[in-house]
Design a binder for this molecule. Structure first.
Ligand SMILES: [Zn+2]
Length: 79
């Protein structure tokens, strides 16, 4: 019985791993384009480069993502 439960756990783990692997293959979408696919897309702050979930980012008039209001006001970091 214990072996049967272990087998189920392994199969479930493998299925989850395969599902996660599939999500990673999806091509990244441009910020603000289209609808959300359900997976939380990540964007990089245009000022400091930190990654955050797209719904949590603030956007400027050009559609560039920022981690927060201070960096949105500061604008994109220029080299
Ligand atoms: Zn930032």
């Amino acid at each position: 019985m214990a072996k049967f439960l272990l087998l189920i756990a392994i199969v479930a783990g493998l299925a989850l791993w395969l599902l996660k692997g599939r999500k990673r293959v999806e091509p990244p979408r441009a910020p603000g384009a289209g609808r959300d696919t359900g997976a939380t897309a990540m964007v990089a702050c245009a000022h400091c480069g930190v990654h955050l979930p797209r719904p949590d980012a603030s956007y400027d008039a050009e559609g560039l993502p920022y981690c927060g209001e201070p960096h949105r006001v500061a604008g994109p970091r220029r080299p």
